[in-house]
Design a binder for this molecule. Structure first.
Ligand SMILES: Nc1nc2[nH]c(S[C@@H](C(=O)O)c3ccccc3)nc2c(=O)[nH]1
Length: 275
């Protein structure tokens, strides 16, 4: 996957997925208890992830918690840019998790290698922001917006509708001149989906990946679907998340987005040794 200065090795058969570590620089990110809202703690977390074997670091300053209004762009930039500048030569590709086209442009100027748009590049300004760059892109499906997506998610055919959206987004980016080698896709677990939808999407990951013919990024770490199945609160969802990471790898996931880097790296090493 071409990500700016980096060309990430994706195992053709998805046999060894890359581990994307989540770096929340948000005071209210539900799973970090907001402890990473300071630059130095964010850098400490990034350093820990790098020594744990992370492949990509995903930096997000806006919490997309259901029901939360969008963050003012100045605030998002104030949180994001210092971390980006401090990590730009860390030796690992940096992904930025943002929906805002202006933030995308600033992040790319500050050295971001990948743009992770949970809005799936639905805005033309977002497409424009990345069209002339050489950064990697993750197109994620979200039904509606964070403010309302979990009120009453409904699909006639969740697999077809999510895949259809991703295909259309890829087509729009291709039309804008974005090379396919820069693109990966993501069903967006928990973004306008109920448990049934999430489970169905997970079980169909390989079919969707093959239909779209693109690398697949999967993010289920500590999410409510893990909590609903295990009955565990956020802080106790690591075991469930590791299990889901292994299952995603078995279904050909190319990149797995996680909070628990060390645990996921170990679990994937064991999977590889035992396959
Ligand atoms: N590509 C891609 N980007 C992502 N960003 C996120 S934020 C999410 C979380 O639980 O991390 C979240 C949701 C709500 C509040 C806080 C955090 N999830 C994904 C994903 O599944 N795929």
């Amino acid at each position: 996957l071409q990500c700016g200065r980096y060309d990430l090795p994706l195992a053709e058969d998805g046999s060894r997925p890359l581990v994307m570590g989540i770096l929340n620089v948000t005071p209210d990110s539900f799973s970090d208890g907001g402890r990473f809202n300071l630059l130095e703690s964010a850098l400490g977390h990034a350093e820990q992830m790098m020594s744990d074997g992370v492949d990509i670091i995903d930096i997000g300053a806006e919490s997309t918690r259901p029901g939360v209004r969008a963050l003012p762009v100045e605030e998002e930039l104030r949180r994001l840019l210092p971390v980006l500048y401090a990590l730009r030569d860390c030796g690992k590709p940096l992904s930025v998790d943002t929906r805002n086209p202006l933030v995308m442009r600033e992040a790319l100027m500050a050295g971001a290698d990948m743009i992770n748009d949970v809005n799936g590049f639905r805005s033309a300004q977002a497409v424009d922001a990345v069209a002339e760059a050489d950064c990697g892109l993750c197109i994620m499906h979200m039904q509606n917006d964070p403010e309302n997506m979990q009120l009453a998610p409904h699909y006639d055919d969740v697999i077809a509708e999510v895949s259809g959206f991703l295909q259309q987004a890829v087509d729009r980016l291709s039309t804008a001149g974005v090379a396919r080698a820069r693109i990966c896709v993501d069903p967006g677990f928990g973004f306008g989906k109920n448990l049934e939808h999430n489970l169905q999407l997970f079980k169909n990951l390989r079919a969707m990946k093959e239909a779209l013919g693109l690398p697949m990024l999967v993010g289920v770490s500590r999410k409510s679907m893990i909590g609903q199945v295990t009955g565990r609160p956020v802080a106790e969802r690591m075991a469930g998340s590791l299990a889901a990471a292994l299952m995603a790898a078995d279904r050909g996931a190319d990149i797995i987005r996680v909070h628990d880097v060390a645990g996921t790296v170990d679990a994937l090493k064991i999977r590889h040794a035992l396959t």
